[in-house]
Design a protein around this ligand. Structure first.
Ligand code: SF4
Ligand code: SF4
Ligand code: SF4
Length: 302
């Protein structure tokens, strides 16, 4: 009689670096789907869900968070050695996240301002996306990640097919949803043309500009869009500041901020553009009071 054989289930680990755990919560939020997934994989490491610990090797590792401390730097190299497939999840892991907003400023001054005993704090001078240090096999964007994309990714993984993930700008989703463009109709700056979709163009649906939380899409023409913001009456530093949200450290957002000014943690007035930066367009009367010289803030109506 033939003996039944069992194929070992893939070993899945979920690990956390510098992050808020929100992307891990999206995995837990899959609820019934997660139970179905758990029948097909061994979830061997998942600090948000269990205190059980397991060493590698792993078939798949989902990594949440930026690399912000020397310990995390060691950790990510070790994870890379142990992982067949390393997948970064969320804006922190893929773009540096909120932590990376300190990268343009004096790290020691921040540390001294925040902690009573900064000498006990070990952190790197910059907080960086995982791909700045090790090879990354796939990325899921967003803050937090999109649950449907996560499910699609895991399902594709388990069935051995290519995941069907969006690869277009927020504008495409915005137009499909039949939204009126806030930039054209109201003069509200919007990063939709240069941002990877995945949210269904959520912010324009609430009369707000996109602030880029899914990060830049490939070949994003940030130079053209920043000129467009200047045509709406923004100074170069104000235009640069619009890219300086929590995906601001991802290229090419990082470059446009460095070139135009408006680095995080300063008001645009404090951050003149770098020498040789593009000159502002002739001032144009803002279309609405909302666009009139307000200090733009990522996440707010601008
Ligand atoms: S990407 Fe956003 S939700 Fe995810 S861990 Fe970072 S801050 Fe939290
Ligand atoms: S509102 Fe923003 S995302 Fe929508 S079409 Fe206009 S620029 Fe694109
Ligand atoms: S900022 Fe808003 S519109 Fe832009 S990607 Fe994020 S959720 Fe979508």
């Amino acid at each position: 009689m033939a003996r039944a054989t069992t194929t070992p289930r893939p070993r899945l680990a979920v690990v956390k670096l510098a992050s808020c755990d929100g992307c891990q919560l999206m995995l837990l939020d899959l609820e019934d789907h997660l139970l179905a997934i758990a029948e097909r994989v061994d979830i061997v490491e998942f600090p948000e869900a269990t205190s059980h610990r397991s060493s590698g090797p792993y078939d798949v590792v989902l990594v949440e968070g930026a690399v912000s401390t020397p310990e995390q730097l060691e950790q990510i190299h070790e994870i890379r050695r142990e992982a067949k497939l390393l997948v970064t999840i969320g804006a922190c892991a893929t773009a540096g996240g909120i932590q990376a907003m300190r990268n343009w400023r004096d790290h020691d001054a921040f540390r001294a301002a925040v902690y009573a005993h900064p000498e006990y704090i070990e952190s790197l001078a910059t907080a960086r996306p995982v791909a700045d240090y090790v090879k990354v096999d796939a990325e899921l964007r967003g803050c937090p990640i999109n649950a449907e994309q996560l499910l699609e990714f895991l399902t594709a993984l388990l069935t051995g097919r290519r995941p069907n993930l969006p690869d277009e700008a927020v504008c495409a989703a915005c137009k499909r949803a039949g939204r009126v463009c806030v930039m054209v109709s109201q003069g509200i700056p919007c990063l939709g043309p240069v941002t990877m979709t995945g949210c269904g163009a959520l912010c324009p649906g609430f009369d707000r500009g996109c602030y880029g939380c899914f990060g830049p899409r490939e070949q994003a023409n940030v130079t053209s869009l920043s000129r467009g913001f200047m045509h709406l009456g923004r100074t170069p530093a104000q235009a640069g500041r619009l890219f300086a949200g929590f995906t601001g450290y991802a290229e090419p957002f990082r470059d446009v901020i460095t070139e135009l000014g408006g680095v995080p943690g300063t008001s645009p007035a404090e951050t003149p553009p770098a020498a040789g930066a593009v000159a502002p367009a002739a001032p144009v009367a803002p279309a609405t009071p909302a666009a009139a010289g307000t200090a733009p803030h990522p996440g707010g109506r601008r």
